[in-house]
Write a protein that binds this ligand. Structure first.
Ligand SMILES: Cc1ncc(COP(=O)(O)O)c(C=O)c1O
Length: 399
């Protein structure tokens, strides 16, 4: 390893908490789908910061908005209004077909906020005292104490107790189990429409429509965590759109901030979000003018539909190319749009080992759950770039 890379990684080991295990690539700049490291080597980014960079690194429309807003106003807190927040919330609400937006920052905050809204709705509207929320097994919704309380990932949970009560977990994709688990104290069903961190798990076709119907029948809020699956990643604005399902609450994050600012949101109708009153919830940075300006640009870009179209068309290409590798080092390929979970035959090594070999060849992917690789490039990728990345993958599998 060359010296600047080595120096940075050693400094990192001394001073950065060891809560990640990054690939030995030190980014110095990035544009579109390409990241350049401190040695001047270029990598094709097939992770897109876990879908936070859906529109490409330093997307010109997003950076132009950010530059302009930096020269206007960046933060006033919610103690005052800004001229950016209301237009952003109005546009995002329209994109979602809902009335209102609660702006937050990280994805985990949006999930926490969604949980609080559902519990408050349960107390104020449904009249439930000891509420519960049903979640899916193998979920990933973030890292706060409450969220890890209903995770099945022992590494994420162990040692962080005591845990927050009030959650019940059922197998993802099993609507009968959900029907049996919902009771009169259930206020919400919280799930990822396609499970991302679990390995891009697409549910059976009838599942989400049945979840929707069950929630309606039992007076339970359906909360869709679209933080990773949403905002054009799967070829639709929301993954739920593939099944014609509209949840009661959308949780959004990652790409909403254009790869520039942390920006997340809870989006719902007034009869749900209206349960929050002054002082009951908040965030100093939530809905700040810089993030809101960027969010408005992102919503305008999504409203044009071109990123959804690119993801659909190029996603077909990506899935065709990866599908051809089944039986040649690949066991299975799942996903929708430019989002693919690839199970590697363990004879080729662990997911981490294959990721390292791919990085040596200039392709950045992230492993998840041992032997699954995730291909989720920025949606501005071209067909040639997809071919280039898959060709490098083929080389790695050939050894
Ligand atoms: C579905 C889902 N929800 C929530 C989160 C948490 O987002 P953040 O890391 O911004 O807190 C993630 C992050 O990967 C996610 O994939």
């Amino acid at each position: 390893m060359t010296s600047r890379t080595q120096e940075t990684i050693e400094l990192d080991a001394r001073h950065v908490a060891h809560n990640y295990s990054p690939l030995p690539v030190v980014a110095a700049s990035a544009e579109g789908v390409w990241i350049t490291d401190v040695e001047g080597r270029r990598y094709l980014d097939c992770l897109a910061a876990y879908s936070a960079v859906n529109f490409g690194h330093r997307n010109p429309e997003v950076t132009a908005t950010a530059h302009a807003q930096l020269d206007a106003v960046t933060l006033v807190s919610r103690a005052f209004h800004s001229d950016r927040l209301a237009p952003f919330c109005a546009a995002l609400a329209e994109l979602c077909g809902k009335d209102m937006v609660l702006p937050m920052n990280s994805g985990a905050e949006a999930v926490e906020s969604g949980i609080k809204v559902a519990r408050k709705w349960g107390t104020d509207v449904k009249g439930v005292r000891d509420s519960n929320i049903v979640v899916a097994q193998n979920n990933f919704h973030g890292r706060t104490t409450t969220i890890i309380s209903f995770s099945d990932d022992e590494t994420a949970r162990r040692g962080f107790g005591p845990y927050t009560p009030g959650f019940r977990s059922v197998p993802f994709g099993d609507a009968d189990a959900l029907a049996r688990t919902i009771d009169e104290n259930t206020v919400a069903v919280l799930l990822e429409p396609i499970q991302g961190e679990a390995g891009i798990i697409v549910p059976p076709d009838g599942y989400l429509p049945r979840v929707r119907a069950l929630c309606t029948e039992r007076n339970v809020l359906m909360i869709a965590d679209e933080i990773q699956s949403g905002l054009a990643r799967t070829g639709r604005t929301f993954a739920c759109d593939h099944w014609g399902v509209v949840p009661d609450i959308y949780l959004l994050g990652k790409a909403l901030g254009g790869g520039v600012m942390p920006l997340s949101a809870v989006v719902a109708d007034r009869h749900i979000l209206g349960v929050l009153h002054p002082g009951e919830h908040g965030s100093t940075f939530g809905g700040n003018p810089l993030a809101a300006a960027i969010g408005s640009t992102v919503v305008a870009m999504l409203a044009r539909g071109e990123f959804q179209e690119r993801s659909t068309e190029l996603g077909e290409h990506l899935h065709r190319r990866l599908g051809n590798l089944i039986g040649h080092g690949v066991l299975a390929v799942r996903g929708k749009g430019l989002w693919a979970g690839v199970d590697i035959d363990p004879v080729h090594g662990t997911g981490k080992e294959v990721s390292l070999r791919l990085a040596e060849r200039g392709v950045l992917v992230k492993d998840t759950h041992g032997s699954t690789l995730r291909f989720a490039p920025p949606l501005v990728i071209t067909a040639d770039e997809i071919d280039w990345a898959v060709d490098r993958f083929v080389e790695v599998l050939r050894g």
